[in-house]
Design a protein. Sequence first.
Length: 591
Amino acid sequence: MMKRHTTYQWLLLVAALGGACDRAAPRDSAPVSAPDPSVPSAWPHPLRAPDVTAAHGIVVSDAPLATRVGVDVLRRGGSAVDAAVATAFALGVTEPMTSGLGAETLILIRMADGRVRAIDGSSYVPGAVDQAELHRLRDAAPRGYLQDYKSAATPGSLAALAYALQRHGTRSLAEVMAPAIELADFGFRLSVTGAAEVDGLAYLLRPHERLADLLLKDFTETWGPDHAFCGGELAATLKRIAAAGPDEFYRGSIADEIDADMVAHGGYLRKADLVALRAVECRPIRDTYRGLEVITFPSPGGGASLVELLHILEAFPEKLLREESVDRLHLLIEASRIAWVDVQDSKRPPFLRDLHLVDRGWAAQRARLIRFDRTLRPEEISGETVEPYLTLGTTQVSVVDRWGNVVGLAQTLGGFFGAGVITPGLGFLYNSNLNAFSFTNPADPHFAAPGRAVMTALTPTILLKDGKPILVLGSAGSDRVVPTLASVVTAVAERNLGPREAVAAPRAMWGTNWADPRAFVELAGEITPENVDALEQRGFADIYRQMFPARWIDISVFGGTNAVFVDPATGTATGVPDPRRSGAAAAPQGP
């Protein structure tokens, strides 16, 4: 049995449980933060956002156990970078359906001295890819989404985490990985949202033997809420990486095992792809909105789309976004719809696409299309048929430390449970990010050319006021990530809402439910059925109406924004996990 480290004795406070583990497994259902009754009483309970306020740093993530890992790093003197990386490794254990060694990771860092870094740990198209085969297989797959060995792109998550830690952190890789190893070895319970995803999407697990064995009882049924999961194979893999470094994964024996398994099952990923992969630093996008500086992640992230959407909204009077009305909802939906079309429709290479989308003249031109008597016809927005690319299965981490360093980190497997496959003995899921590409036109920037990075909606973002950070945030939600972030930003900039209210406020946006584009609206508070009826009368057809009470699997459609708000005068931070998911905010105690 692995020796218990006294630093993490909180992991062992719960009595030993039956199930997958014969060791102690901590409960992951009670939030670290608690809902606050001051949130408007007209909002249903699922929109009562929890929060934590502290002067010594905050961690917010999608799982309470992972959040506690990050907080413990801060408590022991680690930086925001150290805590974010440790939290990300822990999420790879406790939220295996959205993150892990087989994922990709984008990291946005602003140091206390003003330096900003964007670290790109994208996944890339393997060299052996067969575009014609992928095109045929994806067309034949359920919902047009391929989920097997052939959907896996070269994973960049570990490279990004190790790079961030080496260049900008203060702790060793082995030290920040230790809590994740213990979680995998001693056991854990899924978060409430994670359990809901497994329960609601069990049909996606059953065709994949090793995944079903990992998360389902007798390969078919979901476990109860008290079930303890253990990841012995994953723990062993993490130990190998902690001892030998990331080269063990990208160039060593783990790479050999990945290569052999991919060859055996017809996947395209090879050791040569892993050897070639590098995490890189890129130039963040910097712009403004209503006097606030916006720092966000460039392509292959979604920052340019966020800036375009904010520019479109900025073309309209602040009063329109401040006051509840049908016109406000119309604007939010139509503006996010235009931004959604533009980011999918662009035929420009990524760098040129970013320059185009963030151009204020372009945004003003797009804003002039919006009218409030009716919705725009598709041909008025774009003359071409848009083929959306999806980034499902995402998780977000936001961290501020006592020195004023801030980090936003986003990970994705590209789909719930990624490719659905696990190499025997390694214990982690591969991403399914090759679904994000097109396979028919080599001139298309989204064509699956070998070595090309996956375009995603991951958008870690930092807002400054008078040169000081006031907000770090990101979100899950596939192509609804960008409008979800815009809803929080406008809640702060125009509506002057506090942290809890800004994250929890009922949302209206445009996106897709798989490949079905439509408006999404939460029927809560001042967003009434009559409002939505009025939108339908203006031409928004087949609106996704989220009613309450609601299941976790349903409300998570509206994103998962984990945010930290900072008072620039005092440096005090308030962490708010999105109440639509069962995340948590927590802070170290004392100086």
